[in-house]
Design a protein around this ligand. Structure first.
Ligand SMILES: NC(=O)c1ccc[n+]([C@@H]2O[C@H](COP(=O)([O-])OP(=O)(O)OC[C@H]3O[C@@H](n4cnc5c(N)ncnc54)[C@H](OP(=O)(O)O)[C@@H]3O)[C@@H](O)[C@H]2O)c1
Length: 243
């Protein structure tokens, strides 16, 4: 059975890769490509899409996801930069319709494994900091992956780190705290996407690092999500829920 997929943000870096990958997949049919200024709801209707892959920008991510859910079509959202509470609101909208979908800040299998390993380590190390590095065209900071990793670690850790007397002599020197975990965001040419999670303990430290070298890395995860969402009845947050 063919699954009808529309790509929103189709003319961007990720969108172009997704279009290529969907065209190459035997069980998926690309039924539409949308970009900035297009009427997404109208295109969903005319294309009769069953799944919409959204790879746009943080400022339009919520409105796009809502338009997809309102149209009773399965969202596969790769766009990052949702505001606090927005993902929960979208999950509630989907749940009310029993509509399956996924919001995944990272579609690479290695990045998912990094998160799983970090969750394991979080039970043994109280102290942790996250360093993420991306290409300079990335608009949002910190990355959705770093935020998600911090959320998972915060849930998994057994003890809070001991409080310290610290003074930032330059604002931001100790990173931005999410769920109490410092996140340091680097933006540099020559890098696509990297993340390191550093744990500290008595006399030892543990670093888990993942690097993404090309955008093709994200495509197997996007294709997997397109295939799985049509069987789901709720909106999942994170690719790890599908693999
Ligand atoms: N989940 C993952 O694994 C993963 C991996 C990499 C990147 N990302 C995320 O994916 C998103 C896209 O990344 P990218 O590198 O492809 O960025 P990009 O090259 O800037 O592409 C974004 C595209 O979306 C278009 N766009 C902006 N607002 C839109 C709207 N309201 N409706 C339709 N199209 C719109 C942009 O058009 P204009 O050029 O006219 O602005 C552009 O073509 C970002 O949020 C990024 O963080 C996710």
């Amino acid at each position: 059975m063919q699954i009808r997929v529309l790509v929103n943000g189709a003319y961007g870096h990720m969108g172009q890769e997704a279009v290529k990958a969907i065209n190459a997949a035997k069980d998926l049919t690309l039924v539409g490509q949308a970009g900035r200024g297009d009427n997404l709801s109208a295109l969903i209707q005319t294309s009769q899409a069953e799944v919409v892959v959204d790879l746009t920008t943080a400022d339009s991510a919520y409105a796009n996801a809502k338009a997809i859910i309102d149209a009773n079509v399965h969202p596969v959202i790769g766009t990052t930069g949702f505001l606090p509470g927005q993902i929960e609101q979208l999950q509630a909208l989907s749940a009310a319709k029993h509509l399956g979908g996924v919001i995944a800040p990272n579609f690479s299998v290695g990045a998912i494994l990094l998160m799983k390993l970090a969750v394991k380590a979080a039970a043994y190390f109280d102290e942790v900091e996250i360093i993420e590095a991306h290409h300079p065209a990335k608009l949002d900071a910190p990355s959705g992956t770093a935020r998600k990793t911090a959320e998972l670690i915060a849930k998994a850790r057994i003890r809070q780190p001991a409080s310290r007397q610290e003074k930032e002599l330059l604002p931001g020197a100790r990173g931005a705290k999410h769920e109490g975990i410092p996140i340091h965001a680097v933006r540099l040419s020559g890098i696509l996407a990297e993340q390191e999670v550093m744990f500290g303990g008595q006399g030892e430290s543990l670093s888990i690092k993942h690097k993404t070298l090309t955008r093709e890395t994200f495509m197997p995860g996007i294709l997997l999500a397109c295939r799985k969402v049509v069987e789901l009845d709720k909106l999942l947050y994170g690719l790890e829920n599908l693999i």
